[in-house]
Write a protein that binds this ligand. Structure first.
Ligand SMILES: Cc1ncc(COP(=O)(O)O)c(C=O)c1O
Length: 354
């Protein structure tokens, strides 16, 4: 394997510390879904908890169980459930469960006494109860809690980050849903008050009113800005991930790198890309243009000094002239989350500063 990924855990810890300080007094939950956005869920989970996060957000119960199996006992929150979800295993492992519907609530209560976080849909339409279904979901939860069959641990939603106006409207909907819940009898003070959480990276950084009790930070901690008008470095973040690949052969005017779309490079980031600009890599002290990305190989422009075995930096923090994942996202007309999460697990990860 000629490709390699280095993950600088100190860079990641720096980001988490910076974000947690910004969000305080709200708590910080770190989103480690999509295998820690391609960085490796377990090392990232541990580094998060070492540097200011006190809880973890995974997508589903199996990922939460993997966290527990690794001996991590911090609060873990899982919110996407399927027909096969083993709620009993999740409850026995003390996993906090997001709940979007009455059906889900009943299945969970039948499996054991869970800590549940009720989700209101504030416009993203990914999941969550509609404002029409919300009162009934809240009422049913309080009834089950009264019967000792569930514990109401949170009220939450997720912002679409579509525009400041959309986010402001979603914040207003979330506040309205909290007021409805309070009207139905959910305590808003004292030890039984549920956690209120709405913001992820974007609102956690720029919308203090959306921080409530806890912010679920994701992409910013991985060194990618959630904003168009400032990059991660401008936010004081460092990219932990550096992807490199060797020249495996020279072919006419091209140097062929041993990395391709099966390793996670977006095959569209070539000179005829929709963005109008092909990708680049750092080869020695120059930027080399990417001509074509095949499944296992990438062709870049060569000079006569290039040799088989020379190492190209595909992307990294940008400190030495290499492109960043944010640059690749722009070239491929996608978002940085996708570039990072695509980094294939077949590339060996090397952790620095463990
Ligand atoms: C429910 C939930 N919370 C938090 C996050 C983190 O979001 P971001 O990566 O924008 O910080 C995500 C990611 O999509 C999410 O689905």
């Amino acid at each position: 394997m000629s490709a390699r990924i280095e993950i600088d855990l100190d860079a990641f810890r720096h980001n988490v510390r910076t974000l947690a300080a910004l969000a305080a007094p709200a708590r910080t939950m770190l989103a480690v879904k999509a295998d820690g956005y391609g960085h490796g869920m377990l090392p990232i989970a541990r580094a998060s908890l070492e540097s200011g996060a006190d809880s973890l957000a995974v997508l589903d119960v199996p990922a939460a169980l993997a966290i527990r199996a690794a001996g991590i006992d911090a609060q873990v929150f899982a919110w996407l459930h399927g027909k096969e979800t083993d709620f009993r295993a999740g409850i026995e492992a003390g996993v906090d469960l997001g709940v979007s519907s009455l059906t889900e609530l009943r299945r969970i209560a039948d499996a054991g006494v869970a800590s549940v976080h009720l989700k209101i849909d504030t416009g993203l339409h990914r999941n969550g109860a509609s404002p029409e279904d919300w009162p009934e979901l809240v009422r049913a939860t309080l009834d089950l809690q009264e019967a000792g069959r569930v514990r109401l641990a949170g009220l939450w939603s997720h912002l679409a980050d579509a525009s400041p106006d959309d986010d402001a409207a979603a914040l207003a909907e979330f506040r309205a849903a909290i007021a409805v819940a309070a009207g139905i009898g959910v305590p808003m003070a004292g030890p039984d008050r549920p956690l209120l959480h709405l913001a992820a990276s974007s609102a956690g950084i720029r919308m203090p009113a959306a921080r409530f009790d806890l912010v679920r930070f994701g992409i910013a901690a991985y060194g990618v800005s959630p904003f168009d008008d400032v990059d991660a470095r401008g936010l004081g973040m460092r990219a932990p991930m550096t992807v490199t690949a060797e020249i495996v052969r020279l072919h006419g005017d091209y140097a062929v790198l041993g990395i391709g779309s099966a390793d996670g490079l977006p095959p569209t980031a070539t000179p005829d890309a929709p963005s109008g600009q092909g990708a680049e890599v750092l080869l020695g002290d120059r930027r080399a243009g990417v001509f074509v990305i095949h499944v296992d190989e990438t062709f870049v422009g060569a000079t006569r000094h290039d040799q088989v075995g020379d190492v190209a930096v595909i992307y990294g923090p940008g400190d030495h002239g290499e492109p960043t994942a944010e640059d690749w996202a722009r070239w491929a007309a996608t978002i940085g989350d996708e570039i990072l999460a695509r980094a294939s697990t077949r590339i060996p990860r090397v952790y620095l500063n463990e």
